[in-house]
Design a protein around this ligand. Structure first.
Ligand SMILES: Cc1ncc(COP(=O)(O)O)c(C=O)c1O
Length: 475
C-alpha cells in the first residue's frame, strides 16, 4: 500500500538534479575561514549578501518599524489580526513604485493589478495553475533556472518544452528556435499555452534585447490564447549597459492594445534578489488581466506574505531616498564582484559569457572536458566539487544543450572567499591541464571515477551517472 500520493512522490520536483545535489554536498562540508578552511565554497546559490549593511543601517535608524510601532504607538494587534489576502495597500503602493523606478520610470504599475505571493516561486506556480491545464505546456529558453522544473511542473501538471538556445549567438532566442520548440510540443501532443522567460536571465546573467522581446510578443500575438510570462526577479541587479528593458516597456512602445496583448503578458517579481531577502518570502504577479488577478488572488491564500513583513517593507521601500541609494550602491557592488570573478577566471584561462546583470556568471569550461558529452561535464563537475572544493552548477542542471557550461555565483560570499575560490580553481586548472593527457577517458568512466575519488563517493557516482543519462534522454 502506498503511504504517499503519486503527486507527492512523482519525479517532476527535480530534487535529484545536480543543482540541488551540489547544495547537499556543500552542507556536509561547508567552507569556513577559521573552522573549516578546506571545506566546499558555495558558489551554486544565487543569493545577494553584498548590501546587508545598507538594510541594517536603515533598520537601526528606524527602530519603530521593526518594533511593530507607528508614530511611537504599538500596532502589534493590528498586524497580528490583518489577514486580507489583497495585501497591505501601503506595501503594494511602495512595491509598484520601486518596480517602476527599477525600470527608469518608463512604465508605471497600478497597485490594483498586483498579487502578492510568497516569493517568485509561488508567483510562477500560481500563474501556471491559473493559465495551463494539466498536460499543457510553456516554452522556456535554455539554459533555464533549475527550480522551474519544480515550480512550474510539479503540482500543476504543466509541462516545459525547451527553446534550444546555443552559444553560437550567445544563447539569444531566435525565431527558428521558437518555432522548433512549438513544433516539438506538437510532436509530444502538448498544447502550448505560452512562453516563460527570465529577464535578466538566470543562469546567463544577461538582459534580453528589444528584438528578442518583440519576437516573443509577436509570437503570442499570432496565437490567440497564448501568454507571455516575464520573470523579472533580477531586474534591479543590472549593473552595466545595456540597460534593462522590461516587457512592459515593449508593450507600451508597441501600443498593441487593440489586440488585447496586454491581457496575455504577466510579470513576476520578488525581493529575494534585488534586496537580498529570500528569507522574507516576498513576491508578486503583475497582470493587467482582471481575470488572472482575481484567480491568482484567490490562489494566493496558499502563500501569503506575512503582515509584519509587509509593514516593515512598506516603510523601507516607501523611503524614496533610501531605495534609490540602495539600488545604486548595490549595483556598484555587484559590478565590482562580477569583474573580480571574470578577471579571476581569465587568469586561469577560463572565459565567461559577457554579462551585465544577476548574481552569477555563465562560465565556459568546454575546453576542460575530455569529450563533448554530459558525462564529461559531470566528471569535471565532481572534480570541481570534491578536489577543488567549489560547488558550482553544471549547465546540464539548467538544461543547457551544450556540455561544458557552468553557472558560478559571486554575491553570496566575502571578497576574500571569492579570491580563495579563484585561487583554488586556477591551481586545479594548471595541474589538470598538465596531467590531462594521462587522465582517464569517458568510455570507462565509472571505474575510473571511483579510483579518482575513492569508495566513499560510490553512491554519488552511481547517482550522477544515472542522472546524466536521464538528463540526456530528456534532451
Ligand atoms: C529566475 C528565478 N525565478 C524565481 C526564483 C525563486 O525566487 P524566490 O526566492 O522569490 O521564490 C529564482 C531564485 O533563484 C530565480 O532565479
Amino acid at each position: 500500500m502506498r503511504l504517499l500520493s503519486t503527486k507527492a512522490t512523482c519525479n517532476s520536483h527535480g530534487q535529484d538534479s545536480s543543482y540541488f545535489l551540489g547544495w547537499q554536498e556543500y552542507e556536509k562540508n561547508p567552507y569556513d575561514e577559521v573552522h573549516n578552511p578546506k571545506g566546499i565554497i558555495q558558489m551554486g546559490l544565487a543569493e545577494n549578501q553584498l548590501s546587508f549593511d545598507l538594510l541594517e543601517s536603515w533598520l537601526a535608524k528606524n527602530p519603530d518599524v521593526a518594533g511593530f510601532k507607528r508614530d511611537g504607538k504599538s500596532i502589534f494587534r493590528e498586524l497580528a489580526l490583518f489577514q486580507d489576502y489583497h495585501g497591505l495597500p501601503s506595501f503594494k503602493k511602495a512595491l509598484v513604485d520601486f518596480m517602476s523606478e527599477i525600470r527608469g520610470n518608463k512604465v508605471t504599475f497600478d497597485p490594483n493589478y498586483i498579487v502578492l505571493t510568497a516569493g517568485a516561486t509561488s508567483a510562477n506556480e500560481t500563474l501556471m495553475f491559473c493559465l495551463a491545464e494539466q498536460g499543457e505546456a510553456f516554452l522556456l529558453p535554455t539554459p533555464y533556472y533549475p527550480g522551474f522544473d519544480r515550480d512550474l511542473k510539479w503540482r500543476t501538471g504543466a509541462e516545459i518544452v525547451p527553446i534550444q538556445c546555443t552559444s553560437s549567438n550567445n544563447f539569444q532566442i531566435t525565431e527558428a528556435a521558437l518555432q522548433q520548440a512549438y513544433e516539438d510540443a506538437g510532436k509530444r501532443n502538448l498544447r502550448v499555452k505560452g512562453v516563460l522567460v527570465t529577464n535578466p536571465s538566470n543562469p546567463l546573467g544577461t538582459t534580453m534585447s528589444r528584438s528578442e522581446l518583440n519576437l516573443l510578443v509577436d509570437f503570442i500575438k499570432d496565437k490567440n490564447d497564448m501568454h507571455l510570462i516575464s520573470d523579472e526577479i533580477y531586474s534591479g541587479t543590472v549593473f552595466t549597459s545595456p540597460s534593462f528593458v522590461s516587457v512592459m516597456e515593449i508593450l507600451k512602445e508597441r501600443n498593441d492594445v487593440a489586440e488585447g496583448i496586454q491581457n496575455r503578458v504577466h510579470v513576476v517579481y520578488s525581493l529575494s534578489k534585488d534586496l537580498g531577502l529570500p528569507g522574507f518570502r516576498v513576491g508578486a504577479i503583475y497582470s493587467e488581466n482582471v481575470e488572472v488577478v482575481a484567480a491568482a488572488t484567490k490562489m494566493s491564500s496558499f502563500g501569503l506574505v506575512s503582515s509584519q513583513t509587509q509593514y516593515l517593507l512598506s516603510a523601507m521601500l516607501g523611503d524614496k531616498k533610501f531605495r534609490r541609494n540602495y539600488m545604486a550602491e548595490n549595483q556598484r557592488r555587484l559590478k565590482r564582484r562580477q569583474r573580480m570573478l571574470v578577471s579571476g577566471l581569465k587568469k586561469g584561462g577560463i572565459s565567461c559569457l559577457e554579462s551585465n546583470a544577476g548574481l552569477f556568471c555563465w562560465v565556459d569550461m568546454r575546453h576542460l572536458l575530455h569529450s563533448k558529452t554530459f558525462e564529461a561535464e559531470m566528471e569535471l563537475w565532481k572534480k570541481i566539487v570534491y578536489r577543488v572544493g567549489l560547488n558550482i552548477s553544471p549547465g546540464s542542471s539548467c538544461h543547457c544543450p551544450e556540455p561544458g557550461w557552468f553557472r558560478v555565483c559571486f554575491a553570496n560570499m566575502s571578497e576574500d572567499t571569492l579570491g580563495l575560490a579563484m585561487k583554488r580553481l586556477r591551481t586545479f586548472v594548471s595541474e589538470y591541464c598538465s596531467t590531462s593527457t594521462s587522465t582517464p577517458t569517458t568510455s570507462n568512466t565509472n571505474s575510473n571515477t571511483n579510483a579518482l575519488f575513492g569508495s566513499k563517493r560510490n553512491s554519488l557516482t552511481k547517482w550522477v551517472f544515472r542522472l546524466s543519462s536521464r538528463e540526456q534522454q530528456e534532451r
